[in-house]
Design a protein around this ligand. Structure first.
Ligand code: SF4
Length: 335
């Protein structure tokens, strides 16, 4: 079910815009739909009131908690069952943050990712994306939402942007507290600045080499890192908060001195934060994690040359779904 279908349904039951806003806000804040002193003040039509229990049930069935897995790190993985019994992952993160999925599976096919290996099974609807937030809010407060779970948000852009608009308005989440994570896509760069809610952007860069990037992220749009950084910089300046470049550190692949020199050339003077995230090894994929000392030396080298770099350890070493390795405290920077 899409958010538009929910709105349409309410309208068919006689809801005016004030009723629609009231009901959606209650849903987003985990309150019974027709509750609160204000509701009857708006004189809702009888048939709308009568339909609310059924609508409430339907909204609940969009995302149901299947299991909760407290990781060894700071993340708590929620496995969420959707209406068609498919399972997606959301992760409760520190600082009242939540990481949500946008697709079941992912078509980008990053060589170092398990989700990428499985390919895309289906898109999540805008309502299913929002329902992950509602479910998490029924467990605890959520003030930041990171679109960094299973899937590539740019490959499900209409639904992701619709969800972002609702969360950033009636959902009460500040624009820069909504963080979209992407491998980069021209259409996304065109549309993000046009929306009423302007999320922060975490861009998965991983290398300065166009050829290596094509190899590591085989189905990502073929945009040269120089162009990607140019597009990202334009968006950062337009919204007034920096881009977070995500760099999964893979031993012997993208942790060389040459990469370091090229990062300095590429990111010098940019409104950006570079997050170096040593890879959490997934057996069978053939990539290794560099030593922490080596990663520290890389971060030091870059900081000394004016590239604002943070070395991050992935939240929840034992939780490795999707782009999840990248989510290491990305919200901290937007506080
Ligand atoms: S790392 Fe992210 S973009 Fe790449 S395949 Fe995995 S889920 Fe998709």
């Amino acid at each position: 079910m899409q958010l538009d279908e929910i709105k349409q349904r309410l309208r068919l039951l006689g809801a005016k815009p004030c009723h629609e806003r009231y009901l959606l806000r209650n849903w987003l804040h985990v309150r019974p739909l027709g509750s609160g002193r204000g509701w009857h003040k708006y004189l809702p039509p009888k048939q709308l009131c009568a339909a609310l229990p059924a609508i409430e049930m339907e909204l609940k069935s969009l995302a149901r908690l299947h299991s909760k897995d407290v990781g060894e790190g700071e993340g708590t993985r929620l496995l969420i069952k959707l209406e068609d019994e498919q399972i997606v992952e959301s992760v409760l993160l520190p600082r009242r943050s939540l990481c949500v999925s946008t697709q079941i599976g992912c078509a980008v096919g990053c060589l170092f990712c398990m989700t990428g290996k499985e390919g895309l099974l289906r898109q999540l609807s805008s309502a299913e994306i929002v329902a992950q937030v509602v479910l998490a809010r029924s467990l605890r407060e959520v003030k930041n939402v990171v679109f960094m779970g299973m899937g590539e948000p740019a490959h499900n852009l209409d639904n992701v942007l619709e969800a972002i608009d609702l969360l950033g308005t009636l959902g009460g989440i500040g624009h820069k507290r909504l963080i979209i994570s992407s491998v980069g896509d021209r259409q996304m760069f065109e549309r993000l600045p046009q929306g009423p809610v302007k999320p922060a952007l975490a861009l998965s860069l991983h290398t300065t080499s166009a050829a290596l990037r094509r190899k590591l992220l085989p189905q990502a749009p073929a945009i040269d890192p120089v162009e990607l950084v140019g597009l990202s910089e334009g968006y950062a300046r337009a919204i007034g908060y920096p881009i977070q470049y995500q760099w999964t550190l893979l031993q012997g692949v993208n942790d060389s001195e040459e990469e370091l020199k090229n990062i300095v050339k590429l990111l010098k003077g940019k409104y950006a934060i570079l997050n170096l995230i040593p890879y959490n090894k997934i057996s069978g994929l053939g990539f290794n994690r560099p030593s922490w000392e080596h990663a520290e030396a890389m971060a030091r080298y870059l900081n000394q040359r004016g590239i604002f770099t943070k070395l991050r350890d992935s939240v929840g070493q034992d939780i490795d779904g999707g782009c999840g390795q990248l989510r290491a405290r990305v919200v901290e920077e937007m506080e």
